[in-house]
Design a binder for this molecule. Sequence first.
Ligand code: ADP
Ligand code: MG
Length: 325
Amino acid sequence: MGSEFDLISRFFKRPVPHGMLGGGDDCALFQVTPGLALATSKDLLLEGRHFFPDVDPFLLGHKALAVNLSDLAAMGAQPKACLLGLALPAFDERWLARFADGFYSLADQHGCALIGGDTTRSQAGIVISVTVLGEVDPTRAMRRDAAQVGDDIWVSGCLGAADVACRILAGELLDTEASQSVSLLTQTRQALEKPTPRVQLGRRLSAYAHAAIDISDGLLQDLGHILQASGVGASLQETQLPVHPALLGLSDMVLRRAVLAGGDVYELCLTAATSQRHHFERIAREEGIELTRIGQITAEKALHVFDQAGQLIQPLPQGFDHFRD
Ligand code: ADP
Ligand code: MG
């Protein structure tokens, strides 16, 4: 294994924009725009828990950053810089080169400079921790406690694909679904392995939205965080949920679980006054990203989902719990 410093200088020391001090000193330095708040978030990805050991390292590099950019998107923040923590069992040059390419290609797309990190040898599997740093107008940041009774609830893109891909790869989909699983995996895998963080969409909608969250642990669970923080409830219509088209042949139970509780989605769930609908529709058109109204914020502090017949769905499927075995 080469040294830690070899590894950093060979794979993680591409130039940073003028005016920033990147990796190589005790701290990185960059200028924060006066009047804006620094928005920061960190995610941890563990081999075997958050990704399969044999995943393409290019895609893993992409996803390690994408899940963090998605948090900035959900706040309406503009990415500026990021830090990369890596614990690796071995110095695998091919793996590192592809990981770095995946990471930097997404970072470059968003003008998010890699300005530092920490690297060490791991006794167990691969551990990746990314911290992102962004900027947001604090009066426009889409906080979870800002939903208001009567708001529309919106979702970007479509739901359920990542959960289905993950369950096929883990060998968990029921036998009855298995015959379709090869083509289903082909159609859903990208959602799991190469999610698109909705950065530009989040920034634009932050001018009109109240609250927002990115759907990492499942729609119901993540919307639940908005409801809890805002002291409100919600009523959703199942028929209005934007289902990934590849899932339409699945049984009702598998489909419902994937759409309502499936994690790893990285779409935005937002609330906004009904008077803002035309702005959402215009921005959806201009960005070429679907925005769907799926329900309303209610004063009653409960989350209700109604099926096609207008019946309350009970019990509701559960979202992802990071402490579950
Ligand atoms: P320190 O001892 O001060 O923690 P290190 O020796 O760990 O510093 O790291 C040396 C420099 O390399 C630091 O500027 C750090 O930010 C940078 N660095 C370490 N690991 C990474 C990484 N995975 N990606 C980018 N920069 C890194
Ligand atoms: Mg260090």
